[in-house]
Design a protein around this ligand. Structure first.
Ligand SMILES: [Fe+2]
Ligand SMILES: [Fe+2]
Length: 483
């Protein structure tokens, strides 16, 4: 197979996988397309389908110049199928087939395991679009609105990426799963999305920024692990998705950072020195730092749940099969089979949190989650820098891994953010100090007034340091035509 860097636009579905000579798959995707558009129009960004949005579209998978920017109406976005270039002589990077040539077709014995992984990943992509569909109306600027829509169209493309894998490699079952991805919906009673965090609302812009920082980062870790798959088409698909994913986390990190910056500036201007004087800070029309900490606690803990149980046979099986690796598998210095390796895992035993060595193979999820936590700490450090530079005595901290968990070893225990085990009573009394209350949510919502004049920003958030695609400060990122 030749390496296509450029994307061909001669089919309805732009692609670099030679779809025009793969009639069966092209037909299957063309058949799926109308349902996708119906989904996009029904459950995608509400009210802005007629607006011209300054979006980037992937035109190549060459890392040096893969995207071009232009105004586009979202329903006309060219959602394409893009795979990163094939690595010559790529080998299976882990498990019992370690070192053998990577599979170009689905290995029969792992078919259902592989399909399940693809479906779970695929299910998260449209879910986040659904969760964010009402945010356009309260966008704090056209810049932010454009970023929201960019994230949305790219999550739509990620759905296409997974659907391509299903349609091309999984026959009739794949087709059925592809349809199922359009039938489930975030928060639906009858057919919810598969993972908990993807059925929560994204009710305001701080939630959106926290979501793209913490939950899209879970996506990044899962894609990193799938990019290490011995099933080469999946690996290549995920590698290209990671290019786009980086922007989503940038939106989250800078969004939270700009919120913090505005809060600190407003406090300084008003001469408020105590960051915990919540009423005084809120009276300035900005979000107080303790509330930002609470939102962080919520989104971080929901995202940790996405990694599944610390000790997992499914994860061990996927690793041994060679269909899902560890983060940075090809850079890890071990036998990549984990026959005798240990990993130090936490658990709760007899009312205490303990750390003990367990077979590393059983703790694959835990390891990926630990890698995630390290990765997530970077942005928190940079947020704290914004606070300390402003001279405000406050520090944001990631809560203990066992705080507010619904899945895994901590699920049946109440832990404080610093890791003390609490009684139900103690938890009930203190919970409102650590997680956003209804009143906190109402306050944040009260600030969510749209600012749609080019170059202007709502009072609770600072402007970005640089524009998208180096555009000037007053650039009109969205030409609004309300549907
Ligand atoms: Fe995604
Ligand atoms: Fe994303």
């Amino acid at each position: 197979m030749k390496n296509n860097l450029d994307v061909s636009y001669d089919t309805l579905i732009p692609n670099n996988v030679n779809l025009s000579s793969d009639r069966r798959v092209l037909k299957a995707l063309e058949k799926w397309h109308p349902g996708y558009l119906t989904w996009w129009n029904d459950l995608g960004p509400k009210g802005f389908q007629e607006s011209n949005v300054y979006l980037r579209t992937a035109i190549s998978v060459d890392p040096k110049g893969w995207a071009k920017f232009d105004y586009v109406k979202m329903p006309e976005y060219r959602w394409g199928i893009l795979l990163a270039p094939q690595v010559e002589d790529r080998r299976i990077p882990c498990g019992e087939h370690y070192g053998k040539p990577a599979w170009q077709e689905v290995p029969g014995e792992y078919r259902s395991l592989l399909r399940r992984l693809v479906v779970i990943q695929g299910d998260t992509e449209p879910a986040s679009v659904e969760q964010q569909r009402f945010l356009g109306k309260s966008a704090p600027s056209l810049y932010d609105m454009r970023n929201l829509f960019q994230v949305n169209v790219e999550e739509g493309r990620h759905l296409w990426a997974m659907v391509y894998i299903l349609q091309k490699y999984f026959g009739a079952d794949g087709r059925e799963e592809a349809n199922g991805l359009l039938q489930r919906a975030s928060g639906s009673e009858e057919a919810p999305r598969m993972l908990g965090a993807f059925n929560e609302e994204t009710p305001d812009w701080l939630s959106f920024f926290m979501f793209t920082y913490f939950t899209d980062r879970d996506g990044k870790m899962q894609l990193e692990a799938l990019a290490q798959s011995g099933f080469d088409p999946l690996s290549r698909t995920c590698r290209f998705m990671l290019t786009e994913e980086a922007h989503h986390m940038f939106v989250g990190e800078t969004g939270v950072g700009r919120t913090i910056q505005r809060t600190c500036e407003a406090m300084k201007e008003a001469g408020i020195e105590d960051p915990n004087d919540i009423e005084a800070v809120r009276a300035l029309g900005v979000i107080d730092l303790p509330t930002i900490q609470k939102k962080m606690n919520l989104h971080y803990s929901l995202s940790l749940d996405l990694f599944g149980s610390e000790i997992s046979t499914n994860a061990a099986n996927a690793f041994t099969a060679g269909i899902k690796g560890r983060y940075g598998e090809n850079k890890i210095d071990d036998d990549h089979q984990l026959h005798n390796d240990l990993y130090s895992a936490v658990s709760v035993k007899n009312g205490a949190i303990i750390t003990e060595d367990v077979p590393a193979l059983s703790a694959i999820n835990m390891r990926l989650r630990d890698d995630y936590s390290k990765d997530a700490a970077g942005g928190v450090k940079r947020w704290n820098l914004v606070i300390s530079k402003a001279g405000v005595p406050f520090e944001l901290t990631l809560p203990h891994q066992g705080f507010h968990r619904q899945i895994g070893t901590f699920a049946d225990h109440n832990l404080s953010p610093t890791g003390e085990i609490l009684t139900d009573e103690q938890w009930k009394d203190a919970k409102g100090q650590w997680l956003p209350t209804t009143a906190d949510g109402d306050f944040i919502k009260s600030l969510m007034k749209p600012e749609w004049e080019a170059g202007k920003y709502a009072g609770w958030i600072s402007p970005p340091r640089i524009g998208i695609d180096n555009k000037p400060g007053d650039f009109e990122y969205v030409e609004i035509h309300m549907a």
